[in-house]
Ligand binder design. Structure first.
Ligand code: CO
Length: 134
């Protein structure tokens, strides 16, 4: 069912510093910081030859990554994003197999302008999984 790894997301306390580490120390191609107020985060995308890294910094009150950073003050891997051809078909199949979809279960428009869903980490080896319509 799942296709390409679209991105690995890393939550960080200081996105400018994290972007600089990727740009300078690791020599990667790094985007500008984009505030995403609808998602409660600012994002930086790092383009690698085979996938992307998404840096996430909390934005505003009630950011969905605030608790994660309380537990991981230096930052850490937050989620994996896999591409699927048909996000509603994937959701229905996963639900029929007992997986929990977060929120109201309806796809939302994610940081790349495509429909996304999140799956409960307890059902996927302790890792938050994002599905994105390819
Ligand atoms: Co993501």
């Amino acid at each position: 069912m799942i296709g390409r790894l679209n991105h690995v997301a890393i939550a960080v306390p200081d996105i400018a510093r994290a972007a600089e580490v990727y740009r300078t120390t690791l020599g990667a191609t790094v985007s500008e910081t984009v505030p995403q107020p609808d998602h409660g985060v600012s994002t930086v995308f790092i383009t690698l030859p085979n996938t992307k890294i998404e840096l996430l910094e909390p934005l505003g009150q009630n950011s969905p990554i605030a608790k994660f950073l309380e537990r991981n003050p230096d930052g850490g891997m937050h989620h994996l994003c896999y591409e699927v051809d048909d996000i509603r078909a994937a959701r229905d199949q996963l639900k029929s197999e007992g997986a929990r979809v977060l929120g109201d279960g309806e796809p939302k428009i994610g940081a790349h302008g495509k429909p996304v869903l999140f799956l409960h980490p307890k059902d996927f080896c302790g890792t938050l999984v994002e599905l994105e319509q390819a």
